[in-house]
Write a new protein. Structure first.
Length: 104
């Protein structure tokens, strides 16, 4: 893979490489979390905002991450730390109030 085709970041001695398609990322406006003893599953979904009133919304799975309980704790800590830094710089993040109803 050519050097310009990969994303490299140095963080705590770790070099992260990514294919361009992965580095672009996907947009998600909803996440579902499920778990069992051995793992947590994070489903990142996209719900069309143009759904008509009263119509059933469809959530499209954009990405799925499966990780261990120990790692999910590290993820939560990292998110809490980053939210604190974000809010100190940009102000308090308001909680979303327009969450769609999830049907299993």
């Amino acid at each position: 893979m050519a050097e310009q085709d990969s994303e490299k970041k140095k963080r705590a001695g770790l070099v992260v490489e990514s294919d361009p398609e992965i580095a672009t990322g996907v947009y998600s406006n909803l996440m579902l979390v499920s778990h069992r003893k051995e793992e947590f599953v994070l489903d990142f979904l996209f719900v069309e905002p143009q759904a008509s009133a009263g119509a059933k919304s469809t959530a499209r799975l954009r990405a799925r991450a499966i990780t261990s309980p120990e790692h999910i704790k590290r993820i939560v800590r990292a998110l809490e730390e980053n939210i604190s830094r974000y809010e100190a710089r940009f102000g308090v993040i308001e909680a979303a109030t327009d969450l769609p109803r999830v049907v299993h």
